[in-house]
Design a protein around this ligand. Structure first.
Ligand SMILES: Nc1nc2c(c(=O)[nH]1)N[C@H]1C(S)=C(S)[C@@H](COP(=O)(O)O)O[C@H]1N2
Ligand SMILES: [Mo]
Length: 419
């Protein structure tokens, strides 16, 4: 399916891309109203990622979303058959746990109290939230896609389980063929699940993406989405929530040497482009910037002239740190009302002003924004072009935590030759 996203057309109109590009162009050209080549800027992707352009990094053997409909129904992965169990960990393990976690009203298949989709949607009548979020794997150097997710905060669901005691972590997992080796699990601390700072986005159980039921490929019928983290916390094919007094992190991602409580990192990613550009023609640099926990102040690029093939330049090489780095342009804000999925208004989205329908921050937190630059005057020769994000603390990528297993944000490079 294609969401009703017209931003690509908007971009390609000179009015949108041109207005932003004009600040890069000499004052005389601007005064004359001529914006050379602006229409050629290869922006870009639609702001909302069409389903078929989302990058899929699912695991599973076979992939749950590849199951035929009957098997999908048997797996509890259709709207009618989906059930969610919520149970408490009965064990104690000294010295890690001393008193078991309890729920006075657990939700189980055995006694018929498991949540079904109508019950979740009914809960949404009081608690529903909508917001933009990008999916980005902690380990992959490209965002996977973004859209408007709709669902119910996790805390509202947990409150449907009676009195909760001695809980310090909330685990969740999905369909896994009853094969322990295929369990993919993630967790939040109790506080992260239950409390949200004013204006911040809660962890929630999503049942819509871009106004429609979440496809099996994107993790439907219900996906647990954690706005502030990388994709590994946003669990597909959700079927079980498990509360425990064990404060240790046993996420599948923790077992794979990742920081299992990382925040989404601010980082710029560079698009591919032509390897050869004729002398005298501008080089169009484009890419995507993810706004992580620390936000985005701007994106900047550095052009490095190289004599021949060179080895990798470390992200903390003094030459790289010196630059000179030049600001890129961020894409203009899309026409929010036009790109909204049917039935949704921008002012209903978290992070948007309730009266004006304008976003409270731009770029949107935890989302992808595109950037570009028009680079002129390069003489024939070989070049490397790098881009990096600078966050709202004025810290440039890959800092402040360059350990890549906390979220890949290495500085990307595009190589080209001016001929
Ligand atoms: N059930 C389940 N959910 C999962 C995963 C998984 O393997 N199984 N992978 C996670 C990881 S590591 C990422 S990056 C995202 C990828 O989301 P996508 O396939 O929608 O792009 O899903 C997350 N949710
Ligand atoms: Mo991932």
């Amino acid at each position: 399916m294609n969401p009703p996203d017209l931003s690509r057309r908007d971009f390609l109109r000179l009015g949108a891309a041109g207005a932003a590009v004009s600040s890069l162009i000499a004052p005389t050209a601007r005064a004359a109203g001529a914006i050379p080549d602006a229409g050629k800027i290869p922006l870009l992707r639609p702001y909302i990622t069409p389903d078929d352009q989302f990058i899929d990094v699912s695991r599973g053997n076979p992939m749950p979303h590849a199951l035929p409909l009957a098997a999908l129904a048997e797996a509890g992965l259709t709207a009618d058959t989906w059930r969610l169990q919520i149970t408490a960990d009965p064990f104690v393990e000294y010295p890690h746990t001393k008193i078991p976690a309890t729920l006075s009203a657990p939700r189980t298949l055995a006694d018929g109290t498991a949540f079904d989709l109508p019950a979740l949607i009914e809960l949404g009548r009081r608690h529903e939230v909508h917001f933009f979020k990008a999916m980005q794997c902690l380990n992959i150097e490209a965002p996977l896609g973004q859209g408007v997710w709709t669902g119910v905060p996790l805390r509202a669901v947990l409150r449907q389980c009676g009195k909760m005691q001695n809980v310090r972590r909330v685990y969740y997992w999905g369909f896994h063929y009853h094969d322990p080796k295929q369990i993919y699990k993630a967790s939040l601390s109790y506080t992260q699940a239950m409390e949200t700072a004013p204006g911040a986005l809660p962890a929630f159980l999503a049942y819509k993406l871009n106004g429609r039921p979440i496809s099996p490929e994107r993790g439907g019928p219900v996906r647990l989405v954690v706005p502030w983290s990388h994709g590994y916390k946003s669990l597909k094919w959700l079927q079980h929530i498990f509360v425990t007094s064990d404060a240790r992190n046993w996420d599948t991602y923790a077992e794979a040497n990742n920081d299992p409580d990382s925040f989404l990192k601010t980082a710029a990613y560079v698009d591919k482009g032509p390897e050869k550009v004729p002398a005298g023609e501008p080089v169009y640099l484009t890419g995507q910037v993810v706004s992580g926990l620390s936000g985005v102040r701007h994106v900047e690029y550095w052009v490095r002239h190289v004599e021949s093939e060179t080895g990798r330049l470390a992200d903390d090489d003094p030459e790289l740190l010196r630059g000179p780095w030049t600001p890129c342009e961020l894409q203009p804000q899309p026409d929010w009302a036009r790109i909204m999925p049917a039935g949704l208004k921008p002012k209903q989205l978290l992070g948007f002003d309730r009266t004006t329908g304008r976003p409270l921050n731009w770029p949107l937190p935890y989302s992808i924004t595109q950037y570009f630059a028009v680079i002129r005057g390069l003489k024939p020769g070989r070049y490397e072009i790098r881009a990096r994000a600078v966050d709202l603390n004025d810290i440039a990528q890959p800092e402040p935590r360059p350990t890549q297993k906390t979220g890949r944000n290495g500085i990307q490079v595009r190589r080209l030759e001016i001929v």
